[in-house]
Design a protein around this ligand. Structure first.
Ligand code: V47
Ligand code: SF4
Length: 372
C-alpha cells in the first residue's frame, strides 16, 4: 500500500517497524501506540486515511445522520471538574424540562426528516429508570420510527440502582421501553488517578466498561468516547483505547469511537487551557490507527468546530455526527465556537464534499440511507 509514499528515511527503527505493522494490518502494542504521538502529523494522516479507506471498502465515505438532542436536565449529583453544564437543584442556571415540554419537543419533529434522538443530561437525584423509560415510550408514541440513543453509562448506573434492579434487568427493561442504543459519554479517561482528579465521584472505569459490556450482551449497541486534553498523558490515552479495543474484541458491540476535546470555558479546569489543533488531529489519527476493531471514528463537530472537523476527515475520521438542530448545550456552555450548533443537510454535504469525500446519510447503526 502506501509505504512507498512515506519517506522512511527520517523515521527511527521503531517507527519503521510501526509503519510496517500498520501497513500490513498488524495490531499495535501499547508502547507502539504511545510512539505514534511522536510521528510527523503528515505520516499519521496517511496511515489513518489508508485504514479508513480499507474499512470503507476502498471508498472515501463520510457518514452523517439527521438527529436532534434532548437534554432533560442539567441538574446533577456529581461535580466533574471539566463540566461547565451541571447545576444543583434550584441553583441559578439549572433546568429540568417537564415530560410535557419534552413531548412537545418530540411533536415539533413529527414531520421532519429525522432518524435519531440523542438524550443525555445530568444525573438527577430523583429520577429512576421507570421515569426515563416512560419518557422514551411516550416519545416513541409520537415518533414511532425514531431511533432512541440515550443515557450515558453514568446516568444508567444511577437510574438502574435507584430502581433497585440488577444492571442486566435494568437495561432489558429500558430496551422494552424503547431504548435502541447507548451513547458513549461518561468514559472520560479510564486511568484511575486522573479519573479521581477530574471526576472522582462518578462511576468508575470498570463500571463504565461493565455497563457497555452488559448492554452489548442484551442487544443494545453503543458508542465509546475519550475526553482528552486535560490532565492525562499520551500513555493514559493509549491505555484508554486499549481497554476499549479489548472490550470490542469480546463483544463487537461498539459502533463508533468519538474523541472529545476538553473545552475550557466556565469550569474548574479552565486554567489548563485547550490543546491545539495539531494535537487534535494527532489524537484522531492515533485513535483510528490503534482501534483496529472499530469500524468508525466520529468527529463531533459542535465540540471541534466545523473547520477543524472538516480537516479531521483527512486524519482517519469517517463520521461527522448529525444536523443536531441547535439542541445541545454541553459544548456551548464550555465555550465551543458554534454557540448555536445546527447544520442543515446541505451544509453537511458541502462540508464533506469540499474535503473530497462522499457524503453518506446513515442511521444510528450505520445502515446507508442515502449517498450524495
Ligand atoms: O461524558 C463534558 C463530555 C460527554 C466537557 O455517543 C466535555 O454519539 C469537553 O458523550 N469539554 C457527554 N467535553 C457527551 C457525549 C457525546 C457527545 C456526542 C456524541 C456522542 C455519541 C456522545 O461530554 C461527557 C464528557 O466527556 N464533556 N464537559 C467539556 N468541558
Ligand atoms: Fe454531571 Fe455529566 Fe457534568 Fe459529570 S459531566 S457533572 S456527570 S452532567
Amino acid at each position: 500500500m502506501l509505504k512507498q509514499e512515506i519517506t522512511l528515511d527520517n523515521l527511527s527503527n521503531q517507527q519503521k517497524d510501526i509503519v510496517h505493522k500498520v501497513t500490513s494490518q498488524q495490531r499495535l502494542s501499547i508502547e507502539e501506540g504511545i510512539e505514534l504521538f511522536n510521528f510527523d502529523l503528515g505520516v499519521l494522516g496517511i496511515l489513518a486515511s489508508e485504514i479508513n479507506k480499507n474499512k470503507n471498502k476502498n471508498q472515501q465515505k463520510v457518514f452523517f445522520n439527521k438527529n436532534f438532542h434532548i437534554e432533560p436536565t442539567n441538574i446533577c449529583i456529581y461535580d466533574c471538574k471539566f463540566c461547565s453544564y451541571h447545576r444543583k437543584i434550584n441553583q441559578e442556571g439549572s433546568w429540568e424540562y417537564s415530560l410535557d415540554d419534552i413531548l412537545k419537543t418530540a411533536e415539533s419533529y413529527k414531520d421532519k426528516d429525522i432518524t435519531e434522538v440523542h438524550i443525555v443530561g445530568g444525573v438527577h437525584p430523583h429520577r429512576d429508570l421507570h421515569y426515563y423509560g416512560e419518557m422514551i415510550r411516550k416519545i416513541k408514541d409520537i415518533l414511532p420510527e425514531i431511533h432512541v440513543k440515550a443515557f450515558t453509562a453514568v446516568e444508567l448506573d444511577f437510574m438502574i440502582k435507584k430502581a433497585h434492579v440488577s444492571l442486566e434487568e435494568g437495561l432489558k427493561k429500558l430496551k422494552e421501553y424503547g431504548l435502541d442504543s447507548i451513547p458513549g459519554g461518561g468514559a472520560e479517561i479510564f486511568e484511575p488517578e486522573i479519573r479521581k482528579q477530574v471526576c472522582h465521584e462518578k462511576s468508575t472505569a470498570e463500571q463504565w466498561l461493565t455497563i457497555h459490556e452488559t448492554a452489548h450482551k442484551v442487544g443494545l449497541p453503543s458508542n465509546a468516547t475519550m475526553l482528552y486534553g486535560h490532565l492525562e498523558s499520551k500513555k493514559h490515552r493509549i491505555e484508554h483505547l486499549d481497554q476499549l479495543r479489548s472490550l470490542q474484541d469480546k463483544t463487537k458491540g461498539f459502533n463508533t469511537f468519538i474523541p472529545l476535546k476538553f473545552k475550557k470555558a466556565n469550569n474548574p479546569l479552565s486554567y489548563i487551557g485547550e490543546v491545539n489543533t495539531l494535537e487534535d488531529l494527532k489524537t484522531f489519527a492515533v485513535s483510528r490507527i490503534y482501534l483496529d476493531n472499530f469500524d468508525h471514528i466520529k468527529a463531533y463537530w459542535p465540540m471541534l468546530g466545523k473547520d477543524v472537523s472538516q480537516i479531521t476527515l483527512s486524519f482517519g475520521v469517517d463520521d461527522i455526527d448529525g444536523t443536531i438542530d441547535d439542541s445541545t448545550k454541553i459544548y456551548s456552555m464550555a465555550g465551543a465556537k458554534d454557540q448555536k450548533p445546527t447544520m442543515t443537510t446541505d451544509e453537511l454535504i458541502k462540508l464533506i464534499k469540499e474535503a473530497g469525500k462522499i457524503p453518506v446519510e446513515r442511521d444510528t447503526v450505520y445502515n446507508t440511507i442515502k449517498e450524495y
